[in-house]
Design a protein around this ligand. Structure first.
Ligand SMILES: *Cc1c(COP(=O)(O)O)cnc(C)c1O
Length: 437
């Protein structure tokens, strides 16, 4: 599979180049340049297939010779010590739980694959540096995935404020390959620096800079694999249409679902489950996109005003607007309905959902109730993107259930110090990097 820029379809690059360069020279973001039909590889896959096995079967044909089956197994085995799980609630709904990774959110899946595949792609190359803006627990997820990867250092740019969840034993100063740097500034400053560094050719080339932020297509593409996984687990029981309900913030997860459809997964549609920040829904159904001011909700990861994948959507819609509109169903769920959904899923099925998963569940229920063709026919897979213990307070308020925090999630609260504290300028960043590697 080759990649092109969202802003031009002239220059095509390989997967390796897209992953290592991250940003097209002509501007825009990388997106797959062609439709790949992978049906022959997953359609008849055994229901007992494990996740690493699925990934290592599908990745080689997808990446057309850039990853041979032997390398693909090594990548999948080393990336996935954790797996998604499918939990069938009843005839109508299943949950796809994606919170079994080190930080308890689905982002662990894309990041883990990216780190493992980069190590494979960089074999026999000089050292590469992965420079990423870090917010919340994404920095921890990146540190986990890149720790001890050969030929790689991972530099994390944190905004002002406490840095949590990192293990100082993994830092370069202690013989590891993780470099946490704090920027005197905001998360946006960190993101801007990452982009500036990638675009500054001498700097980028000297250190072979790429990123583990979502602009890297090597993080987005592998998120399609767990949609295929849900499909093979459920296909024997499906009597009618299959849909997915996805809690959407920056819409990366949602785009990955659309990729799975492009790879040939038989699916009727995708529910874009949003909270009160639902301006993007109008765009999805054909109106112009008018961003609205941000509203704070109990599903904070969905509090996004302009999704960072907006450009990727535009380019998707250019290709087949009518098809897209028939497959994409936006729903907006407020905090009250989110709490009700948490309570209902607990009482009815004995399962605890975090608020993000609850938004997706409530959206799925509304879809079922408001579309006649769904009734008694459709099966909706709800993506449970976050571990309920991460939002223990909201969960307790809605359900009365007190959750034990698993040890791997408890350590996410521990504070640590950065290796350097710098102004939000590229020179300062270059100096800090030069002084520690
Ligand atoms: C990041 C996140 C989301 C939103 O995912 P996007 O790809 O940005 O749409 C949903 N749920 C949880 C728990 C998250 O951490």
């Amino acid at each position: 599979m080759q990649f092109r820029s969202t802003q031009s379809n002239k220059a095509l690059v390989s997967f390796k180049d897209a992953v290592l360069r991250c940003l097209p020279q002509e501007g825009g973001l990388y997106v797959p340049a062609s439709v790949m039909d992978l049906r022959q590889f997953f359609l008849y896959m055994d229901v007992d297939t494990g996740y690493p096995e699925l990934v290592s079967t599908v990745a080689p044909p997808l990446l057309q010779g850039e990853l041979n089956p032997f390398s693909a197994s090594r990548v999948a085995e080393s990336a996935f010590a954790f797996e998604p799980e499918i939990l069938q609630l009843d005839e109508r709904f299943s949950l796809l739980t994606l919170y079994n990774g080190p930080t308890g959110v689905f982002k662990d899946f894309g990041i883990a694959f990216l780190a493992a595949v980069m190590e494979e792609l960089l074999k026999n190359n000089r050292r590469g540096m992965v420079l990423s803006a870090a917010r919340g627990d994404t920095g921890v997820s990146i540190a986990h995935a890149f720790y001890q990867r050969q030929n790689m250092v991972s530099c994390l740019l944190y905004p002002s404020g406490p840095i949590r969840g990192l293990d100082p034993r993994t830092f370069v100063s202690n013989g590891g390959n993780i470099i946490p740097i704090q920027i005197r500034g905001t998360f946006d400053d960190c993101q801007r620096l990452v982009i500036e560094a990638i675009k500054d050719q001498p700097f980028a080339e000297r250190y072979s800079i790429s990123t583990a932020n979502a602009l890297n297509p090597g993080r987005l593409l592998p998120q399609a694999f767990y949609y295929l996984y849900a499909f093979i687990k459920l296909k024997q029981q499906l009597k009618g249409d299959l849909l997915f309900s996805v809690p959407c913030g920056n819409f990366g997860n949602f785009i990955a679902g659309l990729y799975a459809w492009k790879f040939g997964m038989p699916v009727r549609g995708f529910i874009a489950a949003m909270n009160a920040n639902n301006a993007f829904g109008d765009f999805l159904t054909g109106a112009a996109f008018k961003p609205k001011p941000l509203i704070s909700t109990i599903s904070p990861e969905l509090d996004v005003s302009v999704p960072s994948n907006y450009e990727r959507f535009l380019s998707f819609y250019e290709e087949a607007p009518a098809v897209m509109r028939n497959m994409v169903f936006p729903e907006a769920i407020d905090d009250r309905l989110t709490r009700e959904a948490m309570d209902k899923v607990w009482k009815q099925y004995g399962v605890l959902l975090d608020p993000h998963g609850a938004v997706a569940f409530a959206a799925a229920e509304r879809m079922m109730a408001s579309h006649d063709w769904c009734d008694g026919n459709a099966h909706i897979v709800v993506l449970a993107t976050g571990h309920p213990a991460r939002e223990a307070e909201s969960v307790a308020k809605a359900t009365g259930q007190l959750l034990a925090i698993p040890p791997r999630l408890a350590v996410l609260r521990k504070k640590s110090d950065p290796i350097a504290l710098i102004k939000p300028h590229l020179d300062a960043l270059e100096g800090a990097i030069a002084s520690c590697i």
